[in-house]
Write a protein that binds this ligand. Structure first.
Ligand code: PNS
Length: 161
């Protein structure tokens, strides 16, 4: 059985992330979505909320497991999950420039390969931070995030406006 690790902050999971995860399930038998939490950084959603949202967004995918990790190297997360490779989506050259050193370091320190999947062009502009900004200022993010995330963003921002 071949499995991959899809690591990220997922604050929150977007339709861009979901596209990569869905396509990963067509290549791998098992996909672990690792929500990596750095307790020194404050995000919009708590670690628990991010995991719950990622689980709700991937509930239709039977071979996807969502797990949460704090203060761990991604290579150690991959080992703990028994993942064969790390899988990342690439939206742009900027993503490649950001990801390449991490992929090289992860191969050096963890003897694990990183595979890159090209992101869907129609979702290439999506990032968690862009979506949070649009949602905070009252913009419509319906097309950008899975429905449970849309509901959660509204709950966060409608009450704080
Ligand atoms: O969604 P993000 O913020 O782009 O995810 C980045 C993440 C969490 C995947 C990356 O920062 C990471 O791998 N963090 C874990 C710590 C680690 O292993 N760093 C060294 C990579 S060489």
């Amino acid at each position: 059985m071949r499995s991959c690790l899809c690591p990220g902050s997922f604050d929150p999971i977007t339709n861009g992330h979901l596209d990569i995860i869905e396509r990963a399930t067509t290549i791998f038998d098992h996909v672990v979505v690792a929500v990596l939490h750095n307790p020194t950084k404050t995000g919009l959603f708590s670690a628990l909320e991010r995991v719950e949202l990622a689980r709700a967004a991937t509930a239709h995918l039977p071979h996807v497991e969502v797990r949460s990790f704090a203060n761990m190297l991604v290579v150690d997360v991959a080992k703990e999950c028994g993942a064969d490779v790390i899988l990342k989506g690439l939206r742009s050259e900027a993503d490649y420039a950001y990801e390449l050193p991490m992929a090289t370091a992860n191969r050096q320190i963890g003897q694990i390969e990183t595979l890159f999947l090209p992101g869907d062009l129609a979702r290439g502009h999506l990032s968690s931070s862009l979506i949070k900004q649009v949602a905070e200022l009252g913009g419509d993010v319906t097309e950008m995030v899975p429905p449970p995330v849309h509901t959660a963003l509204r709950a966060k921002f409608v009450t704080s406006r």
